[in-house]
Design a protein around this ligand. Structure first.
Ligand code: HEC
Length: 211
């Protein structure tokens, strides 16, 4: 038999336990391990050499449709620019003030893909399928005469696209570029430029990654 005070104590204990159970459920959810699937949604970096490109494919013809419906309102019917930047054409980069465009400045087609997939359309980033992102990138590259109209862009072909501005870009840390010793050598010793004129200590002293 329980005494009256024992019953009271049991009821009180249940009340306290019940309350802490409610508190535990309404907490901020800290301490829950992040799963691989959680990370995969955010892990969308594409490197210059194509590492990280998703499966999928697209051509300029397919991209024309995507561009017209999802991009043209801000970037102009033919990519000439509007609220958003010019995506087709642009001036030759002869002066510091030249407006940078995909044709005259961006060194890697893979970076064009990465940037567009993570941030465009401006009003609904990441809302297109990977096929549509490949297609719209193909349209932009073809309109800039960088690839042919019927070239199919995939994780294999996009890194092989050679951007017109690649050799114009001077990297501050060439030793950190993907290994291409010939190209690094070319950047390192630009004809007609004396070391003293460069004025950047990092470019005068080769260094190892991790220095
Ligand atoms: C609602 C307007 C809007 C739409 C729709 C839109 N963009 Fe943009 N876009 C912008 C703006 C604004 C910027 C400049 C953003 C900034 O500088 O931060 C931009 C920047 C860009 C850039 C970078 C250009 C550069 O040279 O720096 C690219 C590439 C681009 N958009 C491609 C696209 C593509 C492809 C689509 C369609 C899938 C698209 N955008 C749809 C507004 C838009």
């Amino acid at each position: 038999m329980f005494t009256c005070s024992q019953r009271l104590a049991a009821a009180f204990a249940m009340l306290v336990l019940g309350a802490s159970a409610v508190r535990a459920q309404s907490g901020p959810g800290l301490g829950i391990p992040v799963t691989e699937d959680d990370i995969a949604v955010w892990d969308i970096n594409v490197l210059p050499d194509g590492t990280g490109l998703p499966p999928g494919s697209g051509t300029a013809a397919q991209g024309a449709e995507v561009y017209a419906t999802r991009c043209a309102s801000c970037h102009g019917e033919d990519g000439e620019g509007g609220i958003g930047n010019r995506l087709v054409g642009g001036d030759a980069p002869t002066a510091m003030g030249t407006r940078k465009t995909i044709a005259n400045h961006w060194p890697y087609a893979t970076t064009v893909f990465d940037n567009i997939r993570r941030s465009m359309p401006f009003d609904a980033p990441r809302s297109l399928s990977n096929d549509d992102y490949y297609a719209v990138v193909a349209w932009i590259l073809a309109e800039n005469d960088i690839i042919n109209d019927d070239d199919v862009m995939t994780a294999e072909t996009l890194p092989a696209v050679r951007m017109p501005s690649l050799d114009r870009v001077v990297f501050r840390y060439p030793a950190m570029l993907p290994a291409d010793p010939e190209r690094i050598e070319r950047l390192w010793t630009r004809p007609g430029v004396a070391d003293d004129d460069i004025g950047d200590p990092y470019r005068l002293r080769p260094f190892e990654v991790g220095d």
